[in-house]
Design a protein around this ligand. Structure first.
Ligand code: GLN
Length: 280
């Protein structure tokens, strides 16, 4: 498609949507619009008004080159550099797990009880920790990760959400570098079993492997987190973890074995088991 054929922004969007559809992407028109808005540097809501404006050859080439990695199934967030999660936009790249809508259920659960200090184990982009700190003014928190590159993304997001004065970050293998006790511990750890890795959506191959799987049965992180939780919670403090939807029995058993009380399971928006909450 070239400008000499009278190409417009609207036609360019439909052309890219067709390519995305052929690549097996679920919401091709929506994604085409988001990529076009990104390349044209327009707010997505402005695109409709601009549909009849001409799309020059250089702009068309820029659109297709921006979209090329998506046709290879790289996550959309890596192209946009951003991902909307809960009430904010987060910087996302291939050093961190792309925050998922299911994880918003963990944020909502964590906002129910009162607390003023929070520890987020395996913070990744910081999506959970920073959403909580942005929502609960005056609260303080720590985010840990085993990946220095992930911690840099989380720190950039803390700046972006203007909560960096209330957030600290540390390189830690679960609790290994954590001292002190918190009112609340949250985590969305890697919970995919090694045996399930091969059958996943192509997008996951672009995300950090260590954020997805423990390389074993998918429960390794829960063993470590449950075992260390009571030593890092104030009495009555909460531990809330995201789980894979078929892991509720195994994870509630690990929490009970670790002497945690009031263990319960909450569903995500699709009605599947997604969050385990428990108390010290
Ligand atoms: N806590 C981050 C998130 O939920 C990263 C989780 C992970 O890397 N497993 O987005």
């Amino acid at each position: 498609m070239t400008a000499s054929e009278g190409a417009t922004i609207g036609l360019a969007i439909r052309h890219l949507a067709m390519l995305l559809e052929r690549a097996g992407i679920d919401a091709p028109l929506r994604e085409s619009r988001l990529i076009a808005a990104h390349v044209l540097q327009l707010p997505p809501a402005r695109l409709t008004l601009s549909e009849h404006e001409p799309m020059g050859d250089a702009m068309m080439a820029a659109l297709l080159s921006a979209a090329a990695p998506r046709l290879e199934r790289r996550p959309l967030s890596h192209i946009l550099g951003r991902r909307a999660f809960f009430k904010n936009e987060f910087i996302v790249n291939s050093d961190v797990l792309d925050p998922r809508p299911e994880t918003e259920a963990l944020v909502l659960a964590a906002l129910a009880p009162p607390w003023s200090t929070v520890l987020d184990l395996g913070t990744g982009s910081g999506a959970i920790l920073l959403s909580l700190l942005a929502e609960r003014r005056g609260a303080r928190g720590m985010g840990t990760d085993l990946s220095p590159a992930a911690l840099r993304v989380a720190e950039a997001n803390a700046e972006r959400l203007e909560v960096s004065a209330r957030a600290t970050f540390g390189l830690s293998d679960w609790f290994s570098a954590v001292t002190g006790r918190f009112d609340l511990i949250v985590s969305n750890p890697p919970y995919i079993a090694e045996a399930e890795m091969a059958g996943l959506a192509p997008e996951l191959s672009f995300e950090p492997r260590m954020a997805l799987t423990d390389g074993a049965d998918g429960l390794g992180a829960y063993r470590a987190i449950c075992a260390g939780a009571r030593a890092h919670l104030v009495p009555g403090g909460w531990l809330m973890m995201e789980i894979g939807w078929r892991q509720s029995e195994a994870v509630t058993a690990l929490a009970a074995e670790a002497g945690l009380r009031d263990v319960s399971v909450l569903p995500d928006l699709d009605g599947r088991d997604r969050i385990v909450t428990t108390r010290a």
